[in-house]
Design a protein around this ligand. Sequence first.
Ligand SMILES: Nc1ncnc2c1ncn2[C@@H]1O[C@H](COP(=O)(O)OP(=O)(O)OP(=O)(O)O)[C@@H](O)[C@H]1O
Length: 376
Amino acid sequence: MNSGRDTVSIETKGVRKTYGERAAVDQVTLQVQKGEFVSLLGPSGCGKTTLLRMLGGLEQPDEGVILLGGRDVTGVPAYGRNSNMIFQQLALFPHMDVFHNIAYGLKVKKTPKAEIKRQVYEMLELVQLGDYSNRAISQLSGGQAQRVAIARALVNRPEVLLLDEPLSALDMQLRLDMQHELKRIQREFGGTFIFVTHDQSEAMNMSDRIGVMRSGKLLQYGTPDEIYENPADHFVAKFIGDTNLINVTVLGSDREVVRVDCFGHTLIVKENRGGSAQPTGTPSVLSLRYEYIRLGAEAEGSVNSFEGTVIESVYGGASIRYTLEITSELRIQATVLHQRGASRYAPGDIVRIGFDPDDALLLSEPEPESNQENRP
Ligand SMILES: Nc1ncnc2c1ncn2[C@@H]1O[C@H](COP(=O)(O)OP(=O)(O)OP(=O)(O)O)[C@@H](O)[C@H]1O
């Protein structure tokens, strides 16, 4: 079992895989620490499954290196690696009961019977199916089948468990429950899990770190907080969370703050992390998260402050989402916390809108959309 987080479990260096002319995975370098839960996140066709399959040895890269537990496994097929994979179709053996499904890998390894029993029951406890050892696979619910698949994969003590959208066939409530379960199992087992998903909230809920992919490239690799608060670019900002992306023109910059023109308003904003100073006149994009915007009395004293007209107000229980028109060319969305019984703005109301430089991020212009992928 892995308990430390200070050593690398699996690592890729400049991994590339092409199908015909097209790079499904393009120069991906990433390092996953032992005991980490990492999600590979991105829209359909961005290359996350191909990357996962290369990590598991089901595909081989055209270029680059893969290290598993410090060993170079580039070119080593799946059966020669200490990793295991779970797919959306769980592929449990229908003619075996739960016990024998989980025991299968140990039997193949010719583990002594008593040891198999001990380890299978340990796994059944881990996935909270202690009483289900004799159940037929056909008599399991979707969530129970998921747990059996996880137990079957973990009983072999893989260096890394690779999961390819295993929850996507479940209905919403069960999916949320299984997200918590999977995280708990990973924590208790102490292993390294790499999870592919196109669902940003799923990735945010479970991961220590997220790798955001687009068109085969790893755009950003960081903790959920880093990715949310400091997105590497326009695409990541839009893919994770709700944000207004506003076209602006750079007026000038001083260290980390930049003055921009936003449809006739001069705003003071923060430069993108690691971004180089952009020259005056550069067209750019400002990312302003819905919930960082303040309205009415809350907006007084903000560094950036202007008026807008409420176009729409959508009640969301704990919060209200407003659509506000600043100019005929510019509408933004703002989400504000709402307390029961508190007054709210109505369409037509003129309200003060405010935010500080730290609340907004100037991002590089987006790359043109690739036709290789579909937005979720
Ligand atoms: N065996 C293959 N032969 C040819 N092209 C492939 C093959 N596998 C994947 N591709 C292509 O490589 C690109 C990346 O596919 P991949 O399945 O890795 O994406 P993904 O992000 O996992 O998408 P999804 O979420 O839809 O599964 C896509 O353009 C896909 O069509």
